[in-house]
Design a binder for this molecule. Structure first.
Ligand code: FPP
Length: 238
């Protein structure tokens, strides 16, 4: 019988912890913000390559609820990058059929940024070819607590009959499929508060490649590792 184990079955949803921008910049004697700027180029390339490789959704960790601990100028640079990314790429992404969604705690964002995000989401809401989810001011624990508060409010305080599926509707990722594959660049082997609920059965691939150096070949290599994994969801191998 033919060996089909090498055939690439692309994951529907890939999530990426884009780590290593700071080290990439420091190794070049440049400020950390320079690495984040280059990271946006890698993000553009990742969206394009993911679509080409048959992936349908990409969720990227752009700013965590813990990133506020960074120097103010780096925080401001990351906020500015989101503004500029939307300003520069929204028309093209909208035309290419990409649906954009931003997840995270938007209470802490400035009114102008909230408007930019809402506009990008509304403008691309009908697109179905590819979904780009930007986790911005996002933390998995924060998302779960916010969801629990909303579920509690809606139920009048009695959550005794709440199911997993019902609870998941209160998460920022409501109606999105869970990630099949989580990639972390930059050599660390941690989940760092990313998609804690959603990644329950995701496969993880870690690479030492720093995010600004991550390109199509690296994504393809991660998808190949994924394709060889046997997912069991807590059951036994068939
Ligand atoms: C982690 O690298 C990366 C981040 C905290 C931010 C990631 C952001 C981008 C790639 C660009 C933002 C894109 C948009 C659309 C806003 P690090 O700084 O922790 O790197 P290090 O581990 O080398 O210090």
């Amino acid at each position: 019988m033919a060996d089909t184990s090498e055939l690439l079955v692309p994951p529907h949803h890939v999530a990426i912890i884009m780590d290593g921008n700071g080290r990439w910049a420091s190794s070049r004697g440049r400020p950390r913000a320079f690495g984040h700027r280059q990271g946006v180029e890698s993000l553009r390339e990742a969206v394009r390559a993911a679509g080409d490789l048959g992936v349908k959704q990409l969720t990227v960790f752009s700013f965590s609820t813990e990133n506020w601990r960074r120097p103010a100028e780096e925080v401001e640079a990351l906020f500015e990058l989101l503004r500029r990314f939307v300003a520069a790429d929204l028309d093209r992404l909208a035309d290419e059929g990409v649906c954009i969604k931003v997840i995270g705690r938007n209470e802490d964002l400035s009114d102008d940024l909230v408007k930019i995000i809402e506009n990008a989401e509304a403008r691309t809401a009908q697109n179905t070819k590819f979904k780009l989810v930007i986790a911005f001011n996002y933390g998995g624990r924060d998302e779960i607590v916010r969801a629990a508060r909303r579920a509690c409010r809606d139920s009048g305080g009695d959550l005794s009959g709440l199911t997993e599926a019902e609870f998941a509707k209160y998460l920022d990722t409501t109606d999105m499929p869970d990630p099949d594959l989580v990639i972390r660049t930059g050599g660390e082997h941690r989940v760092s508060n990313f998609l804690l609920w959603q990644a329950a059965y995701a496969e993880f691939v870690f690479t030492d490649v720093l995010w600004p150096d991550f390109g199509e070949a690296d994504l393809k290599a991660a998808l190949e590792v994924y394709a060889r994994r046997k997912r069991r969801y807590g059951g036994v191998n068939g």
